[in-house]
Design a protein around this ligand. Structure first.
Ligand code: PDD
Length: 288
């Protein structure tokens, strides 16, 4: 049985209930985070909570809680270990369906955990490279907000699945933005290139770590515009997200990327992630 958190209470998932008038349900009027915990410790928890604040502020949901304490308690109640925590904050429930909202409302706060594999224990040889397709980016104009309005994302992901691919990389005005639940990188001549931050992409916590590690190790990177031709001509293509770290993409739209195998710079970056994770877990680094 899973213990979930709902509006101040820890209870079994089978007993958790929200109103049918909750605006998260009726309008997708809510924001969320997905945060990995390894051996009970949040991975870059602070950065996830900062992004949560950004999303909440952007949509004017007023909710200030001791997030770290709540999530830590939730993880403990679910036995610690390796878990991914999903946290959703909706604007709440007015007992009716009305597009307009009151500025002061009681938000609905919901969180639950799911077991995850410790990807860093497994090592690079066990990371499955993926195939991707490229699709039009059908999302709205504020992709920097981690909103639960994910219908455009899930529709193109489904299209990718139907074509035997694991991710859809999205194109907007001729430029690549990101995957449906991941950030995008191409490597050319040993330089990591990734679309710049802005309202067209989510500021990924893992993306930030990729760039920090690159910086620390003297690996060159650029935050620049990337198009379809540059993607297909890349030496390596990667995607990243919190629960999967950095994953190599070996084929796009049926075209082989580079050698068609995970590339050497990906392997190096993955190794840096493993070392970073190890330092955190063994207390050699305070940065979580
Ligand atoms: N998604 N871009 C999009 C659109 C995302 O949904 C995500 C993460 C990312 C990567 O962000 P981060 O490195 O902070 O996980 C980029 C989560 C995992 C999800 O929706 O489940």
């Amino acid at each position: 049985m899973n213990i979930v958190y709902l509006n101040g209470v820890f209870l079994p998932d089978t007993e958790a209930r929200i109103s049918v008038f909750d605006r998260g349900f009726l309008f997708g009027d809510s924001v969320y985070e997905v945060i990995p915990f390894y051996q009970g410790r949040g991975f870059r928890l602070e950065q996830h909570l900062q992004r949560l604040q950004h999303s909440l502020r952007a949509v004017r949901i007023h909710c200030e809680l001791d997030w770290a304490d709540i999530l830590q308690a939730l993880v403990t109640q679910n036995g610690g270990g390796n878990l991914s925590v999903y946290l959703q904050v909706s604007r709440g429930d007015t007992g009716e369906r009305s597009h307009a909202f009151d500025e002061i409302m009681a938000p609905t706060v919901f969180a639950f955990c799911q077991p995850i594999r410790d990807i860093y224990q497994a090592g690079p040889d066990l990371v499955e490279p993926v195939r991707a397709i490229v699709t039009a980016d059908m999302r709205g104009h504020r992709c920097d907000i981690k909103s639960t309005c994910l219908q455009p994302n899930i529709m193109v992901l489904q299209q990718a699945r139907a074509q035997g691919a694991a991710e859809a990389l999205q194109l907007r005005n001729g430029l690549l933005t990101e995957g449906t639940s991941s950030n995008l990188y191409i490597v050319r001549q040993n330089v990591i290139c990734t679309p710049r931050l802005g309202s067209d992409i989510l500021g990924g916590v893992t993306r930030q770590l990729v760039l920090e590690l690159a910086d620390r190790e003297g690996i060159q990177y650029q935050e620049i515009d990337l198009d379809y031709e540059q993607l297909l001509a890349a030496d390596e293509v990667w995607i990243s997200s919190s629960t999967r770290a950095v994953v190599p993409v070996i084929e796009v739209d049926g075209e082989r990327i580079g050698t068609g195998q995970p590339g050497p710079l990906w392997r190096r970056m993955y190794q840096l992630f493993i070392e970073f994770h190890h330092a955190l877990m063994t207390g050699q680094s305070k940065d979580v």
